[in-house]
Design a protein around this ligand. Sequence first.
Ligand SMILES: [Zn+2]
Length: 275
Amino acid sequence: MKINGYELMLSSDGTFKLDGGAMFGVVPKPVWEKYFKSDVNNKITLATNVLVIRKDKNVALVDLGMGDKFDSKLEKIYEINRTKTLLQDLSEKGIRREDVTHILITHGHLDHTGWATFNRQGTIEPTFPNARYFIQEETLKEIREPNQKTRPNYNYLNFENLDSQLELLNGDEEVFPGVELVKSGGHTKGHQIVILRTGNSVFTYFGDLIPTSAHIKPAYVMAYDLYPMDTFSKKIELLQRAFEERWTLFFEHDPVMPAAKITDIEKYSLGPVSI
Ligand SMILES: [Zn+2]
């Protein structure tokens, strides 16, 4: 989609699987199964929708899929399925690694940060050599100081040899004209969302605050969320504005409806948007 000099695209690093119950928290299975069919192990298939924002010389990527630093144990857990990697998909869209100027990371979990670095024959290097990587300082703290509950959600290799390219934020920040990072908390303490405003149009990438269109209702909070009541109240606040201002919402993990607008705020109904 092109709008007012901005180009928006969705790229992908394939799909992976997570436990359906964990993805939907207190929502009963008969309810969430209307949206996601589960396999014999109760797992559901999730997308890795990476938002690309291009404006003049700025090329921003929002989140970075699963990457190439999985050992066989992790591969078995996540069942990554891709015919091409994020880098191959970007290349087909005319974007080389060297072209990327801004990496906007919602939070540090391994399914959002995979291509922050890559494995060059055993050496971990930044994947995007000319990019600044924008994360909340609290997110880096959460990555560097995990506890027994949070450790399995991180892959420390995704942030190895990357320090000189990190932009550590404390709160909201406009990264280039029209593109703002807004700290949301909820899913993790340092979680941030991306809001693009141009003319009367607003586009919002929710990261794991609202991972799929099936999580649109405020009470549909993942069991992974560390601060579920913060997720709940933030969703109510943001979705009210999203309805009033007709925002286009991006859902990072939705394999069917990656972008939508709210058509009814009482029922939290959605209508798909093609990008
Ligand atoms: Zn997450």
